[in-house]
Design a protein around this ligand. Structure first.
Ligand code: HEM
Length: 180
């Protein structure tokens, strides 16, 4: 039987966008990095957890380049998961700094579809795991991601709250992408 990807259906495909803006921490203050990127979302089938939780799976790979030098400065892989039984959406992701996030939330609407997930360090339900070095020096304490899919347009806004350089910092990323 065909897999029903529910509110994740519209993600599947290859996307590109060149209107990205990254606000990230710097020892002296903030860095602002205009960027462009590709995100490939792949229909990855379905599975059952504990014989009962049925998940539809979309895997993705995001590659982000700085406009100023065309170098990759963020690479992320993960999954979006749809649990039709509880109408829940999850995003599990990892970045190559030694940080993993298991974020949970839901979906709203049909056109556009809005996906929203969040996680917090220490949260019993939706948490963050990171290496000891990152925990001690550049800790990710919260993550929020809202994604709006309208046909061939995809917008996202992502806030990663960090504790770094002796302060709390809202590291934000946003972009508008088109299906390619
Ligand atoms: C489009 C998405 C993102 C971009 C473009 C981006 C880019 C950046 C940049 C430029 C820095 C400053 C340090 C450096 O130059 O390497 C940084 C720091 C950091 N980012 Fe991101 N980031 C993104 C998403 C994320 C996500 C989703 C997470 C975690 C869930 C994350 C976690 C961190 C952490 C922990 C640091 C502090 C590392 C340090 O400076 O020591 N970032 N990011």
């Amino acid at each position: 039987m065909d897999v029903d990807y529910g509110p994740l259906t519209g993600l599947i495909g290859n996307w590109t966008g060149d209107k990205g803006m990254d606000i990230s921490p710097d020892p002296e203050g903030i860095e602002e990095n205009p960027y462009y990127e590709t995100i490939e979302f792949r229909a990855a089938g379905d599975l059952k957890n504990y014989e009962s939780q049925h998940l539809a799976i979309v895997s993705y790979h995001q590659v982000v380049k700085r406009k100023s030098n065309d170098e990759v400065f963020h690479d992320q892989v993960g999954y979006w998961l749809w649990d039709a039984g509880s109408q829940a959406v999850m995003q599990t992701l990892t970045i190559p700094r030694g940080v993993c996030v298991t974020a949970g939330g839901g979906a709203l609407g049909s056109r556009p579809v809005v996906l929203g997930v969040r996680a917090k360090l220490g949260d019993a339900d939706w948490g963050i795991a990171q290496s000891p070095f990152m925990r001690d020096n550049a800790s990710t304490v919260a993550f929020e991601h809202r994604l709006t899919i309208d046909g061939d347009t995809l917008l996202y806004v992502e806030t990663t709250t960090l504790e770094i350089y002796g302060r709390r910092f809202e590291h934000t990323d946003q972009n508008a992408l088109m299906r390619s």
